[in-house]
Design a protein around this ligand. Structure first.
Ligand code: PLP
Length: 475
């Protein structure tokens, strides 16, 4: 592609993007295609000769768009948001053009130094305190894996890295059942093993882990000759938004010299609003914390802010310095690849810089505050409806509910049908979880362009679809 065509197609892509986002609310939120439908329409072999961009763009509209679930739809209330505000879209375009590998300071000094600066901004924005240093990881899963590897090596005095895990005392990790499955996955990848992930029971309205039970579990393990290495606490668990009592959990971890990692992947963004920070009291005692601006801070995936108190422990765990990566100015610069699992790194700081500067902290706060207020208002309506039951929350902007009309039989089956039918309807997109053994429907609000009217439309859709279901009568 020559420069003139590139310019023309870049303009076309920009127009396409603006038009797509302007019209996305007219589309069904969840893709309405069946399995294999897109695959069958893509030729089995690649074209031998180059094709005109016009044809490629036409197929984008014809083949790809119908098979997309629209995460930027204002009535996307499923999972957690994956926000991409307009300044973030623009920054991603520029990032794509720069296409830099930001693994070493030298491979893009501006990328490294901007990353240091914007992670400081984020840290201060959530009130975490200056004794944390930040790095942008690809995902919360990656950050948590890095944290658990660090915790494992700290507990083993780095013998795991040197000698392997065979013959070492079993390393133990503690978390409630409310943590995301990325913790389970990290435990596996770190060679700690499912059997060494100790589940601590939860209590209270926020479904937080019981610090006394945590203390007892650690003591029992110590007595049995096992090696307590890490506690993973959640600040806004995926299922229902559970929050562990960080202050009390941190005190237990500190008492036993155990590493504390906080997974605030979703809720961390809301901590830019001082009024929600009660939930994170004690986070400053943690060894590390991760949150995802790519969820609720209007910034594209991938962008996970990972804060650590002792960067040296992290780089001693993950940093390898082969001759081909050595640069003369090593002293006094940060080579972020040593903080991460992959070597290669995208220039992720740019989009954060664009977003934070474009909205300002107050602008970002306003959007999050609205989401929380709307979730509370909708939860009240759900609770007041005679045929619906508010099951949990709202915790920040997430609550769960279910359809429970009088005389209905199997409520799990009824709600499973309901969520499938709501998503077939297309006006909104909701997903489910299990809570206390019950099938419940999650509702979270966090999309950049959502309005209160979108929330109302979604609730109208839920009620209409529910009323259209033939209830499974008891008996
Ligand atoms: N932790 C929590 C609480 C989450 O909700 C999620 C994803 O939804 C993750 C971790 C994993 O995030 P990522 O996709 O960035 O690995």
């Amino acid at each position: 592609m020559d420069e003139d065509s590139f310019r023309a197609w870049a303009h076309r892509a920009a127009d396409w993007s603006v038009d797509y986002l302007a019209g996305v609310a007219e589309r069904p939120v969840r893709a309405q295609v069946g399995p294999g439908e897109v695959f069958r329409q893509i030729p089995a072999a690649p074209p031998a000769a180059g094709e005109p961009m016009e044809a490629i763009f036409a197929d984008l509209d014809r083949l790809i768009l119908p098979g997309m679930t629209h995460w930027q739809h204002p009535r996307f209330f499923a999972y957690f948001p994956a926000n991409a505000s307009p300044p973030s879209v623009v920054a991603e375009f520029v990032t794509a053009a720069l296409a830099a590998q930001c693994m070493l300071w030298q491979t893009s000094p501006a990328a490294t130094e901007l990353e240091s600066r914007v992670t400081d901004w984020l840290r201060d924005m959530i009130g975490l305190g200056p004794d944390f240093a930040g790095v942008i990881q690809d995902s919360a899963s990656g950050a948590t894996l890095a944290a658990l590897l660090t915790a494992r090596e700290r507990a083993l005095a780095f013998a795991g890295n040197r000698e392997g895990l065979a013959g070492q005392r079993p390393v133990r990790v503690y978390a409630s059942a409310q943590v995301h499955s990325s913790i389970d996955k990290a435990v596996r990848i770190a060679g700690i093993g499912d059997a060494n992930l100790v589940r601590i029971p939860v209590t209270g309205p926020l479904f937080g882990m019981d610090p006394a039970a945590l203390d007892a579990a650690i003591r029992a393990d110590q007595a049995a000759g096992l090696l307590p290495a890490a506690v993973v606490a959640c600040l806004g668990g995926t299922s229902i938004g559970a929050c562990d009592p960080l202050e009390a959990v941190a005190a237990v971890a500190a008492r036993h010299g155990v590493y504390l990692h906080v997974d605030a992947a979703w809720a961390g963004s809301a901590m830019i609003c001082p009024e929600f920070r009660d939930l994170m009291r004690g986070a400053e005692q943690a060894d590390s914390l991760v949150f995802n601006p790519h969820k609720w801070l209007f910034t594209h995936f991938d962008c996970s802010a990972h804060f650590v108190k002792d960067p040296r422990a992290l780089t001693d765990t993950l940093g390898l310095r082969p001759p081909f990566l050595r640069t003369l100015e090593r002293e006094g610069v940060v080579d972020y690849n040593e903080w991460s699992i992959p070597l290669g790194r995208r220039f992720r700081a740019l989009k954060l810089w664009f977003v934070i500067r474009s909205y300002g902290v107050e602008g970002l706060r306003d959007m999050i505050r609205r989401h929380v207020a709307w979730a509370r208002a909708l939860a009240e309506r759900v609770a007041a409806h005679p045929d619906f039951e508010l099951v949990t929350g709202p915790i920040l902007s997430l609550f769960t509910f279910r359809y429970a009309p009088a005389g209905a039989g199997d409520l799990d089956a009824l709600n499973e049908r309901l969520v499938a039918r709501i998503n077939d309807d297309g006006r909104t997109y909701l997903t489910q979880t299990r809570h206390d053994g019950r099938f419940v429907i999650r509702f979270q609000i966090g999309q950049t362009t959502t309005t209160w009217r979108d929330v109302e439309i979604a609730w109208e859709a839920v009620q209409e679809v529910a009323a259209s279901l033939a209830p499974t009568r008891a008996g």
